[in-house]
Ligand binder design. Structure first.
Ligand code: FAD
Length: 488
């Protein structure tokens, strides 16, 4: 077996057919091959012309965009196209790679190295040692042995080299709701815009099984679905995406009136202005040996991928906030039982009423209040049981193979050290009047550097608030530029 693009054959009777795919919006490699069986007239529309068409012809643009999205969804659902991951389904590295591709909306296939005959044939053909698993066979035919996400992204054309000579109007760090909203508004107003994210688009919102409080979606919408729309919308307006690419340093660009961003892969990005939308990352639990079980048994994310691993089992989930509540509601529909361990005595102190009501109506959820996890037990990265201390100080041992942690988040601002951007005592970025009375909204202590969303001190930690700040900051950018010159 070889990894190939799925093939679509055009029938001679087809009057006119469009073979465009979503990747074409950004000029990335196609996920399918098309072969004509008869002579055909082909009209090749380059990415920039396609984007211009989508914007100029609103109705036609809507139909084309819908078709592109549905085609991508079809590829993901059927597992057609994209790289093939070969390994044991419960292996932490298989989950890491599959989760990376899923979160980036990239089709892929998983083959079980123990039972799948095609997987075994591949391992023999490429002389793969069991210690080298998982392997990934890319559509180009290249074989990767337990690659990093960055190596995999490069192999499948998800991320490309950045032109270090180009000066973008704006560089946005973070592709969560705040960063994507800023990208959509900046792109739609004709600003040359680059968005960087070290993991995937969607940020924390992408982890939400169902967002029910976002304006305009009365039946709720999954975080991934909402964020994928925003990601595609930004690309429609010509925004460039560099995912995964991590910003490690912000500095004043030499000999210019802008900024330079250093990336983890030693690349450099230049921009006239910078929007920090790097949000927050999950907190880890302070319990011994946690790292031994992360990746395979301890999860910070409750998506269909994790739900499949836990199907029919009992699981434990720690956390008392809305993100924990949503995960409980989702997991309860997929697993035998959810043990919800909360530190406090009252869920109402940290969780919205609608989620509490929903949890109370679920017969397979047991809420344990005043519980503190004390130990994890297991072998070879697989959890066998957890121990917690209850409100009376007694230790309880319960056999579970999967533990979900939703215990809050800390700001992603380590990369801003030495940048001159002032942070508050908890590490959030200070902006506007909190710095001085003449500072523009969202502007940090560096002129032309703005911060929005969860990373900003004092922000409301909600998807709608993050998206609203993304829209607002672009207006502030316009006010900033005419007066730029001097004072960076
Ligand atoms: C499970 C869960 C469920 C939630 N449910 C809801 C809900 O129902 N309703 C609601 O309103 N809110 C909800 N929230 C909160 C909401 O998701 C956040 O408030 C929102 O995502 C914040 O958006 P943001 O863009 O500011 O940051 P984030 O979403 O945190 O995005 C930041 C992005 O920046 C990237 N990044 C960080 N550092 C770097 C770097 N150095 N270089 C490059 N990239 C970097 C990260 O990878 C990330 O993708 C939920 C949160 C979670 C975790």
């Amino acid at each position: 077996m070889t990894a190939r693009h799925p093939v679509f054959r055009s029938q001679p009777t087809d009057p006119a057919h469009s073979w465009a795919r979503l990747a074409q919006l950004s000029g990335r490699p196609a996920l399918v091959d098309a072969y004509a069986q008869e002579p055909v007239d082909a009209l090749i529309i380059p990415p920039d012309r396609l984007r211009a068409l989508l914007i100029a012809e609103a109705e036609l643009g809507e139909r084309i965009m819908r078709a592109l999205i549905l085609r991508r969804v079809g590829l993901i659902e059927t597992g057609a196209g994209g790289p093939v991951i070969v390994g044991q389904p419960e292996d932490g590295d298989v989950l890491r790679l599959a989760s990376f591709l899923s979160r980036n909306g990239h089709p892929h296939q998983n083959l079980d190295s123990r039972s799948d005959p095609e997987a075994r044939a591949l391992l023999e053909r490429f002389h793969v040692d069991p210690g080298e698993l998982p392997i990934v066979l890319c559509p180009s035919g290249e074989l990767l042995r337990n690659p990093t996400e960055a190596d995999l992204a490069r192999c499948i054309g998800l991320v490309r080299p950045i032109d270090s000579n180009r000066v973008y109007d704006v560089a946005i760090i973070g592709a969560g709701p705040a960063g994507l909203a800023a990208a959509v508004y900046a792109g739609s107003e004709g600003l040359s815009t680059l968005v960087l994210d070290c993991r995937s688009f969607g940020g924390q919102a992408g982890a939400s099984a169902r967002i029910e409080n976002y304006l305009g979606f009365p039946t709720g919408i999954s975080g991934m679905a909402l964020m994928a729309r925003a990601y595609n919308q930004a690309q429609k307006f010509g925004v460039e995406m560099a995912i995964p690419d991590e910003a490690t340093r912000l500095e004043v660009a030499p000999m210019s009136d802008g900024y330079a961003l250093r990336l983890i892969n030693t690349e450099r990005v230049s921009a006239r202005s910078v929007i920090i939308a790097s949000g927050a990352r999950y907190r880890r639990l302070d319990v011994p040996d946690l790292d031994l079980f992360e990746g395979s048994s301890v999860h910070y994310w409750a998506s269909p991928l994790e739900a499949k691993l836990c199907a029919g089992q009992e699981v434990a989930l720690v956390g008392g906030g809305n993100s924990a509540g949503q995960a409980v509601v989702y997991l309860a529909s997929q697993v035998a039982k959810v043990w919800l361990l909360v530190r406090g005595q009252d869920l109402g102190a940290s969780m919205s009423r609608y989620l509490i009501d929903r949890i109370e109506g679920l017969s397979n959820v047991e809420v344990v209040k005043q519980a503190q996890v004390t130990r994890l037990e297991g072998a070879q990265g697989m959890l066998e049981a957890i121990r917690w201390q209850d409100g009376l100080g007694e230790e309880v041992r319960w056999p579970v193979r999967h533990l979900f942690l939703f215990v809050g988040a800390a700001p992603n601002t380590d990369w801003l050290s030495d940048s001159g951007v002032i942070l508050d005592a908890k590490g959030f970025v200070m902006t506007g009047a909190d710095i001085d009375a003449h500072r523009r909204s969202f502007e940090t202590s560096r002129r032309g550097v703005f911060a929005i969303g969860d990373v900003r001190a004092g922000s409301v930690k909600r998807v709608a608030a993050a998206a609203g700040e993304g829209a607002q900051v672009v207006a502030t950018l316009h006010a900033f530029w005419p007066s730029t010159a001097a004072q960076i």
